[in-house]
Design a protein around this ligand. Structure first.
Ligand code: PGA
Length: 256
């Protein structure tokens, strides 16, 4: 049984005031949903304050949005996986399409970052997804398969057990255009089959969550799909009420 994850990607948003505003509500709500693993990814300066807020909730974890490709050294402005882990964070988002697009992270860099994260004891949430153009050209399966095999071939099946994947079609991120539950399920099934080609244990245990304009009214149907194990939420996670509604949309494990 895979435990669902609902993760919040704050991106380049937030402030101490926003933490004070959102986190107590999220912590309170999370306590009623102990079957859901909740992951919050604020910008680096807010990792420590966020950790302080979630102390009372053992189903909430804090994530960084990125880590350096390098372990240490003369790389001004970078933050290593070990530093993130040392603060008490347990997760990191790796390979988000905005990193791939604006910071030139290719499959090789993403795989290296996943490896660094695992070395440091972080659980990576590895983002994959196709552009609109790739979808139009029927390349969804090829693109996703390459993104995933780059990671698994680098880190090895054994170490992949700590990884989750987020399928985030680039055309759905921040656009308000969510993939339909069927479109999302179709790609999640492709990912699951690819994981099964590597090992049954990977396919059975790795969580594959969906991201891209998930909102309170679209979450429930997405989360009901057989291969969707939760969501990675951007815009809607900046509002505690919306994010809490999305957490509530996770189906009861007993009844599914
Ligand atoms: P969105 O972002 O929910 O605002 O589309 C999702 C993400 O980029 O992870």
């Amino acid at each position: 049984m895979r435990r669902p994850i609902v993760a919040a990607n704050w991106k380049l948003n937030g402030s101490l005031a926003m933490l004070a505003n959102l986190l107590p509500d999220i912590v309170r709500h999370a306590q009623q949903y102990s079957q859901v693993e909740i992951v919050l990814a604020p910008p680096y300066p807010y990792l420590q304050p966020a950790l302080d807020y979630i102390m009372a909730a053992n189903n909430i974890h804090i994530a960084a949005q990125n880590i350096a490709r390098q372990e240490q050294g003369a790389f001004t402005g970078e933050v290593s996986a070990a530093m993130v882990r040392e603060t008490g964070c347990e997760y990191v988002i790796v390979g988000h399409s905005e990193r791939r697009q604006y910071f030139a992270e290719d499959n090789v860099i993403v795989a290296e970052k996943v490896s660094r994260a695992l070395d440091a004891g972080l659980n990576p949430i590895v983002c994959v997804g196709e552009s609109w153009q790739e979808r139009q050209q029927n390349k969804v399966s090829t693109v996703i398969t390459q993104q995933i095999s780059a990671v698994i071939d680098t880190v090895g099946i054994e170490r992949m057990q700590a990884c989750s994947f987020a399928y985030e079609p680039v055309w759905a991120i921040g656009t308000g255009q969510t993939a339909t539950p069927q479109q999302a399920q179709d790609v999640h099934a492709i990912i699951r089959a690819q994981l099964r080609d590597y090992a049954d244990s990977l396919a059975d245990n790795c969580r594959i969550i969906y991201g891209g304009s998930v909102k309170p009214d679209s979450a429930a149907e997405l989360f009901l799909q057989a291969d969707i194990d939760g969501g990675l939420i951007g815009g809607a996670a900046l509002d505690a009420q919306h994010f809490n509604q999305i957490i509530s949309a996770v189906p009861d494990l007993e009844t599914t």
